[in-house]
Design a protein around this ligand. Structure first.
Ligand code: ZN
Length: 326
């Protein structure tokens, strides 16, 4: 019997090993919680609380549990990291992992759970050096891949879905910023004040800097760094605006993030793969099958290690490396 949860009601966290079904579902998700080193205990009840309420509310009405995950924006344009602008084995491994999490939830709670992958490439493609045509191609292939692998519990939602039948991507971004973003000046002020905003800004700057320095880049490193610093504010501003739009649209959903979150945050940081907690995402790297197990690496690192490129369907897909035979 699942207890109905009223909005704002505080639901006690059950004891570890307790048989509360909502807790059992959350345990499956939290098994893949992405934690900052040393920040949370293994099963942190402060981190569990906001999500347990939403899971229990969905289960009380027999609904499918909705899991909103901003991820899979577009491939990094730096071909020293990635193979092409399209999803490849790296995405496939992550999608299969997400579906497998849903399969496990279904065993505990038959109506199950669904990931809504909120692809945010359209939101800031112009700032990260990815043309809109590449964002579209990435999304199209991601949907085809989900279909091919039969990942029935995965949906994709992006800015195009907010403006169906409309194809002016710049206007979509303007609309998002006008209606959902805070002013750039306030993002700058927050970063300047230090703390979490500053560390997010630094991480973003590093990604933007690296992504510009692909094999075809001709400018100086200093110019790339200046440009990355300038663009990082815009990426943060638009990511947050996208988050605000998602919160409005998916009010009952469990909010997930691919980044580690502070303790008790409204979003739960989760891993995208069973394997090691890495800062690399599928769209910033390539899959390397090491003795049959998938790992993520930058393309140049895989090649440096002597990994062999594998093609699938006429396109580069992933690398294979054997540590056993050297
Ligand atoms: Zn915590």
């Amino acid at each position: 019997m699942v207890k109905t949860v009223l909005p704002g009601e505080v639901v006690p966290i059950s004891r570890p090993g307790g048989d509360d079904p909502a807790d059992a579902v959350l345990r499956l998700l939290m098994a893949y919680q992405r934690r900052l080193p040393g920040e949370h205990p293994e099963r942190c009840s402060a981190c569990a609380a906001p999500h347990l309420r939403k899971i229990a509310a969905a289960m009380a009405t027999g609904r499918e549990i909705q899991l909103v995950l901003p991820a899979f924006p577009a491939k990094s344009p730096n071909r020293a990291k990635t193979l092409s602008h399209l999803p490849d084995m790296a995405e496939r491994v992550a999608l299969e992992f997400l579906q497998s999490v849903c399969d496990r939830v279904e065993r505990v709670y038959p109506p199950g759970a669904r990931f809504v992958i909120c692809s945010d490439g359209r939101v800031f493609g112009d700032l990260i050096g990815v043309p809109d045509s590449d964002v579209t191609a990435y999304r199209t292939e991601l949907l085809a891949m989900i279909d091919r692998i039969g990942a029935e519990r995965l949906d994709v939602f992006d800015l195009d879905d907010v403006h169906l039948g409309f194809d002016d991507h710049s206007a979509m971004r303007e609309h998002l910023v006008t209606h959902y973003a805070e002013p750039l000046e306030s993002v700058r002020a927050e970063v300047k004040a230090g703390g979490q905003a500053l560390s997010i800004y630094r991480g973003m700057t590093r990604f933007l800097f690296e992504d510009q320095l692909g094999p075809d880049y001709e400018g100086s490193r200093a110019a790339a760094l200046r440009e990355a610093r300038r663009r990082a504010y815009g990426v943060i501003q638009r990511s947050r605006a996208w988050g605000a739009l998602l919160a409005e649209r998916f009010t009952d959903a469990v909010r997930l993030s691919i980044h580690p979150q502070p303790c008790g945050a409204e979003k739960l940081g989760v891993l995208l793969m069973e394997t090691a907690d890495t800062w690399l995402t599928p769209w910033h790297g390539v899959a390397v099958m090491v003795d049959g197990r998938p790992e993520l690496a930058k393309r140049a690192d895989a090649e440096r290690l002597g990994a062999t490129l594998v093609r699938r369907g006429g396109r580069p897909s992933h690398y294979v490396l054997s540590r056993l035979t050297g």
